[in-house]
Each structure stands twice: as structure tokens, then as C-alpha cells.
Design a protein. Sequence first.
Length: 281
Amino acid sequence: MLLPRRDCKRFISKNGARHYSTILSFILLLFSMARKLRIQVPGFYHIVNRGVERRIVYSEPEDFEFFLSLLGKMKKLFTVNVHAFCLMSNHYHILLETKEENLSKSIHFINDKYARYFNKKYNRSGHLWQGRYKSYYLYDDNHFWIVAKYIERNPMKAKMVNDISSYRFQSFFQWKYKHTFYYLIEDSMIQDMTLSEYEKFITSEFNNEMVDKVYTTPKFIKQDGNIKFLHKRLETFFEFDRDINRNNNIKRAYEYGYSKSDIANFLEISPATVSRIVKNM
């Protein structure tokens, strides 16, 4: 339990300033414990990071190229597969795959080394990135392709280019023209398609339903001491039969791992109704 400010002052006055560091350490410990758990399990992730206050983090072509060179070093050093990427002026997107529990180390490597480079080059100090990077664990293959398409279309979305193949600092350009950083995606899943198939895919319509799925991530639960990802989306239990066999579908979703409150919120019914249905399983 944290002490109110006046009580902290009273404690310091009574016990001496030497105890202040103890209080501060305790506060920092509680703060760190409150931070959201960072998932590290091997798998596919959509990584996003922005400049602090959304400021520019790549000012010249040289900056983009230095960051991509770091991405290449990260790929080799941490045995990470890079499947798609796009560097915008004030943020980046990377679709990657980890083979070990080293996601944080991998991203810290590129963020830290790039920040040092940028601050030295532009004679600045302080944080370059806007807090912790965002990571979204992917559901399945369908989610993979939606995220890849979203990443490739970023320059068009920002109205920076009209032609999707004319933006240099993204995976599609590097693949199409076998450019300097093509090696980053030589073993990417996007090459399960031919180049022409992929180009047609990423230039096709990207509707709001797809956009909504980009930044979703599977819920995870702890089961028998292990983390289990709920790769099957909750809505799939009800997409073909939402009303007639609702109770059976609720039971199936609950057995899979979704909580009663998850199901109640999705179906817009009371938790008590879900509890009653589950109880009669």
C-alpha cells in the first residue's frame, strides 16, 4: 500500500532521508508489477513503434537504410524471420516470427541502437521512441495476410504515394526490384505467392472489417502452468448459428477457454444467463 504524500514527508522527517530511497524503490517495484505482461512465446507478431510525440524518426534516406541494416543484424543475431515491413517517417511496422522467447531482446536491440545513432547524428538527447513498442500476437494464417496487406498499404493510406510499388522502404518494393534489403524477406511467407499474385492481393480492396482485425490479438489463459492462446476467435463459435443453437455454442466457447464475461459481452446478454447455461453443461 502506497503512503499519501504527506505521510511520506512525515516518515522521512521522523526516520531520516536515508529511508526515502527505500520508499522510492518500493514504489518503482509496484509500478513495474503493474505493467502489462509482455508475451514472449515463439510465434508471429505485428510490431509497431512510433517516435515520441509522433515526431519524425527517419529524416533522410540514410536513416531508413541504417534502421533496415539493424533489422538485418537482428534477424541474424536472434534467429528471427522478417515477413513484411514498412518504415514511415515517424513510425514503423514489422511482421516477424520468433523461434525463441526473445522478442523483447530483439526489438530492444534495434530500438536502442537506432536511437543512439539518431541522437548522435542530430545532436539530440532523450527518448526517441514513444514508450514501449506495441506487439500483437497473430491468430492464424488469415490474420497474417491481413496484417501483411495493411503494412504494405501504409504509404498509400498516408497519401505519400499513389503507386504501391513506388515506396522504397517497404518489403514489397524490396522484393519487386530485388533492392538492397531484399535479403530481409528472402525466406518470408509472402513469397508463398508469386510476385504478381502478391501485388494483386495488396492492391485489392481493404475494407473496414479487415482494418478492425489488424490490431486484434488472441486472448491467452494460463492452463496447467502454461500459456494457452485462444487462436479461434470468439465470433467463430456463433458466425453460422448465433440463435438456434446458442446455448450449445456458448458451452463450446466456454470449454475452449473464453470466460463467461467474454461470452456475455459478445452476445450482449447478462453474465448470469451465461453462467446458468454453462452450469447446465
